[in-house]
Design a protein around this ligand. Structure first.
Ligand SMILES: [Zn+2]
Length: 104
């Protein structure tokens, strides 16, 4: 499951105005949220404007021990494996959360 093959564009307007990273597939022509037509390649985001730094999370007193621990352990792993498996983990937790909220 390649991490970045399907998502290659982001909306710079949404990122600048609201701090939201809105991602699109490479064939998307405009942002469905702000309607702008200036979608930029996602690669530029990482270089110009890091969304979240490791140090930021580790040094954040509001971040949970679980998150910091998971992050530190992930940094010792192969970066591609860690990123892909984190995505799987996030998807499982998201689905579980939605299911529980629906049942409540
Ligand atoms: Zn937008």
């Amino acid at each position: 499951m390649p991490l970045s093959n399907c998502v290659t564009l982001h909306c710079p307007v949404c990122l600048r105005d609201r701090g939201e990273l809105i991602c699109y597939a490479s064939r998307q022509k405009h942002c469905v949220i702000c309607q702008c037509e200036t979608l930029e390649p996602l690669e530029l985001v990482g270089d110009a404007e890091p969304v979240l730094e490791v140090e930021q999370v580790v040094g954040d007193p509001a971040a949970s021990f679980w998150l910091k621990n998971a992050l530190c352990e992930a940094l010792n792993r192969d970066p591609v494996d860690a990123a892909n498996e984190a995505e799987v983990l996030a998807r499982i937790l998201d689905q579980r959360c939605r299911k529980l909220l629906r049942a409540a």
